[in-house]
Design a protein around this ligand. Structure first.
Ligand SMILES: [Zn+2]
Length: 266
């Protein structure tokens, strides 16, 4: 058996997978925005599964305070750009994956160019400015996006497919006000809570690519690490949604500058 077949042998024998499924993964182009607590496990599992082209977008460098959850980076990576550290780790895990580094801070001028060439997007960012840009842009470009968030002991995940599911603004039509949001640096975060959400984002991506199983489309997943409790909450498209509703008021990208309660500290 050749090395590639051996590498994927334990998933090739799964029902609903096989060589055809592996080929779908090899042809897939997936973008992970944020190589942090969510993006780390998502990138590792997508690479291990054999996604052919994997984009990594981040603008930060690795710090010691990242390492309780950002498992794609390690102590030897301190000070390195996260895209570089992640690309190196993916290269060692699975050299068959083409990694595309996007060492940039997401903004209204670069988000469309960033996303345009990918089949689907994992939003693994940690702030609402990026989240609205990514979810609006994916809706306007017709790209599926898997939204993940984790803070404290809690996580949440939603799979958004334009034209099929509610959009992010069906739930949150407008961003929260300045200064009301906590950040990881002032509320903390348990590594495993981020890990479970990031891993589940990768799982959703693989199911979308394979066309197998049932995705979370139309249901929001919440996770409470303290009780190990998972819940799925149905959500609906809203006719008055400013983005996907009957009379949308948002027809092009808008950028919000939303300040958290305290600034990120290292
Ligand atoms: Zn909507």
């Amino acid at each position: 058996m050749d090395q590639t077949t051996l590498r994927y042998s334990r998933q090739l024998i799964l029902d609903g997978f096989g060589p055809a499924g592996q080929e779908k993964l090899r042809r897939a182009k997936v973008l992970v925005i944020g190589a942090g607590g969510l993006g780390s496990p998502a990138l590792l599992y997508l690479a291990a599964a054999g996604v052919g082209r994997l984009g990594v977008a981040d603008c930060d460098a690795v710090t010691f305070s990242n390492l309780n959850r950002q498992i794609i980076h390690d102590s030897t990576d301190i000070g390195r750009p996260k895209t570089e550290s992640a690309a190196a780790k993916i290269g060692r895990l699975n050299p068959e994956v083409a990694v595309i580094r996007h060492d940039l801070r997401l903004n209204i001028d670069n988000v469309e160019e960033l996303i345009r060439d990918y089949d689907l997007v994992l939003d693994a960012t940690d702030n609402f400015t990026a989240r609205y840009l990514i979810s609006d842009c994916c809706y306007l470009l017709g790209k599926p996006v898997i939204e993940g968030a984790a803070v404290g002991y809690d996580g949440v995940l939603m799979t958004i497919i334009p034209g099929q599911t509610p959009c992010y603004r069906c739930l949150y039509p407008q961003p929260p006000a300045d200064g009301v949001l906590p950040t990881c640096s002032d509320t903390g975060i348990l590594g495993m809570a981020a890990g479970i959400i990031g891993t589940t984002q990768a799982l959703e991506a693989v199911k979308l690519i394979l066309g197998t199983g049932t995705t979370l489309a139309g249901r929001i997943l919440t996770f409470d690490a303290l009780t190990t409790g998972f819940r799925q909450v149905p959500w609906q498209r809203r006719a008055e949604c400013p983005l996907c509703g009957e009379n949308p008021s948002i027809t092009e990208l808008v950028e919000y500058k939303i300040q958290c309660r305290t600034k990120e500290v290292l």
